[in-house]
Design a protein around this ligand. Sequence first.
Ligand code: NAP
Length: 289
Amino acid sequence: MANIIDGKALAKKMQQAIATEVAQLAPKYGRPPGLAVLMVGDNPASAAYVKNKETACQRVGIASFGKHFPMNTTQAELEQVIDDLNNDDRVDGILIQLPLPDHLDAIALLNRLDPDKDADGLHPNNLGRLVRGEEGLRSCTPAGVMELLAEAKIDLSGKKAVVVGRSILVGKPISLMLLEANATVTVAHSRTQDLVAVIREADILIAAIGKPEMITADMVKPDAVVIDVGINRVTDEAGKSKLVGDVDFAGISTVASHLTPVPGGVGPMTVTMLLHNTVWSYKRKFQLD
Ligand SMILES: NC(=O)c1ccc[n+]([C@@H]2O[C@H](COP(=O)([O-])OP(=O)(O)OC[C@H]3O[C@@H](n4cnc5c(N)ncnc54)[C@H](OP(=O)(O)O)[C@@H]3O)[C@@H](O)[C@H]2O)c1
């Protein structure tokens, strides 16, 4: 049976360390770190994620400057909010909760963020730093995956890593991070030919697809390390709603050497890395001033 990589436990440990650090630094710097999560509209999944992030901020002593805007908020109104937060000395991190409603240009809003407050590492400056292997703010979900692999003491050097998914939020940045850790990386996507053969080569398999339980045990190399980024809401046989990942957890747990659960794997690490990034920006600001 696979070792289950417990994201909830690692998140708890890291959040406790962040809380201790914040409690030490806030009196020294005269204020706590601050994070603003911006949400537009009433997507229930986004609302749940935002609530989670705000609760986590409270737990570790980060001040929340989050704002929830109605569906009909305009691009110009959001630009003004971002400008104000960019200039607000109490705010170290800004996160725009994606997806945004269709009438808004998310890329233009991300580009408007002060790169030093870009808590999800999606501004071109921060993505560019990642490509060049420089220190900087890194996208929370992929950074959380790397923490999980490190916690499980997975040696990545020279290993064949396959990332299924090439989004700017997950697939692309995790591929760059694995490459930086000296893995030999293949990025697969919806146009990949003979996807099963590609997946079967993986010593390290990262699923970031958004298709419930698409990857099954017969596709996975024995003793592979499998990280499931997917979060999919499905209805079970009894008509109850539940969350599942992109891989068949029960089947793959009999084949893989390590596996993350959904929920309780990558999800809690995403929130934790957001807190980490906010504190990183906060410390950097005071150290540079
Ligand atoms: N745990 C967390 O904290 C967290 C954070 C973010 C996202 N997620 C979850 O992670 C999953 C992926 O998110 P995302 O934002 O990266 O999604 P996305 O932007 O929709 O990207 C999905 C990727 O999967 C590829 N894909 C789709 N169907 C495929 C198929 N049949 N075979 C091979 N590749 C296929 C797509 O290929 P093309 O590019 O060719 O279309 C695309 O690159 C979702 O379930 C999301 O909810 C979780």
